[in-house]
Design a binder for this molecule. Structure first.
Ligand code: ATP
Ligand code: MG
Length: 390
């Protein structure tokens, strides 16, 4: 298939105005495109960077038709954007990923069915729609983690359950909505792989990332994925590409994996967009996940990104803006930026709150050890968790 590349100067549209949209706007503008963003928040991070911010809901018919008439192609940075909004845009312009693909990623049950279609194993699980389903659940899934099928992120919408009684009460606590119960697995490590697939089926991927979560939120990403056997990394990349190809996905897709203590690799979940665990690619790779997203939207060739520097990415949550007494403070950026490998990215959010993603710091080095040592220093200066660094 011959791609019809969009010319620089043309407009790209983005549904969602968070930090992922902001970094995509930066990448699009670097390639000469103009970007229009739809987001209801007047102070949205991507809206502030975009050439035009349409301040409206994601399902606002007027804003969607304005975007469709101005832009040649559109994408989303927000997983829970109504699939119907993407379908509306697709009536007039190219949309990548398609609404149907995003809909799969919005529902854990559909997502797991998609893994199965691609021949990729995932956690043993059951889909629970009613209290009666809870009562009938296979005891082999307990202890487990009950997750709402839709709208969960950063560990929200999840409850660990030890037995059938806890399962029943957790199901009610989560609002009697459709859920997936997964067996609680003995994890040895967590990985993710970001792939980009073009409309012509061309597919490339970033190197395998190793991730550490604290309190259900990503804290640290290391690339190369330290301590993970090369054969397992190849397997993760092949499985991620197989998943993207199996539903003819177009755009950037992130697949999260678990490595179990017995060495097995299981797919966890996927995101139909650039992912927090891929932010290091801005500073450590020849092409970032955001440039790949823009290229996929603009129907440009997709280069195979090359890691040029080992890197550790540390998330900067709103907690850093408060001292032990709960008083507001500004983190000591000068001390961090004195480290030669430090690359600071702040998202322009004015209202820090505990757990809110305010920015990230990528620390690169000539070797993984050098990057790790500097990342540890940065974590000590800022008071960040040291998971993955010691
Ligand atoms: P994200 O912010 O990545 O969207 P999420 O809230 O959608 O997260 P998951 O990725 O499903 O949730 O789970 C969050 C974390 O909880 C995982 O990264 C892992 O550390 C832990 N976890 C999830 N499922 C299991 C499981 N079945 N067994 C053991 N640990 C798990
Ligand atoms: Mg996750």
């Amino acid at each position: 298939m011959k791609l019809q590349a969009l010319h620089p100067g043309e407009w790209l549209g983005m549904l969602g105005g968070g930090q992922l949209g902001r970094m995509a706007v930066h990448a699009a503008q670097a390639l000469g495109y103009r970007v229009a963003v739809i987001d209801p928040d007047k102070h949205s991070p991507a809206g502030a960077a975009a050439d035009e911010h349409l301040q409206a809901g994601y399902d606002d018919a007027h804003a969607l038709s304005q975007l469709a008439s101005r832009c040649a192609a559109a994408s989303t940075e927000f997983e829970n954007v109504p699939a119907s909004s993407l379908e509306r845009l697709a009536q007039d312009i190219d949309v990548a990923p398609a609404g149907a693909a995003v809909a799969v990623c919005q529902d854990r049950a559909a997502e797991k069915a998609q893994f199965a279609k691609a021949g990729v194993p995932c956690a043993p699980h059951a889909v629970l729609r009613t209290a009666a389903d809870c009562a009938a659940v296979d005891a082999a899934l307990l202890p487990g983690i009950l997750k709402t099928a839709r709208m969960g992120y950063d560990g929200k919408g999840q409850r660990r359950v030890a037995d059938a009684a806890e399962l029943t009460s957790a199901f009610a606590e989560l609002g009697n909505v459709p859920c997936v119960l997964e067996a609680l697995l003995p994890l040895a490590a967590e990985l993710s792989v970001i792939v980009a697939r073009g409309r012509d089926g061309q597919i490339v991927s970033l190197p395998v990332q190793r991730n550490w979560h604290v309190g259900g939120i990503l804290a640290t990403t290391a690339v190369p994925a330290s301590g993970i056997a090369p054969a397992l990394q190849v397997q993760a990349q092949q499985q991620a590409q197989a998943i993207a190809a199996a539903f003819e996905y177009v755009g950037v897709l992130c697949i999260e994996f678990f490595v179990l203590q017995d060495g097995r690799l299981l797919a966890n979940e996927m995101a139909p967009r650039p992912h927090n665990s891929g932010h290091y690619s801005i500073d450590a790779c020849s092409h970032s996940q955001f440039e790949l997203q823009v290229r996929a939207m603009a129907q440009l060739p997709l280069p195979q990104p090359r890691l040029h520097s080992p890197a550790f990415m540390l998330n900067l949550l709103g907690d850093l803006w408060f001292d032990a007494q709960g008083q507001r403070r500004e983190p000591d950026w000068s001390a961090v930026l004195a480290l030669p490998g430090a690359h600071l990215h702040l998202y322009g959010k004015t209202d820090p709150r505990p757990g809110r993603k305010m920015g990230h710091l990528t620390v690169t080095g000539a070797s993984a050890d050098e990057a790790r040592a500097q990342a540890l220093q940065a974590a000590q200066v800022l008071g960040l968790p040291q998971d993955g660094l010691v």
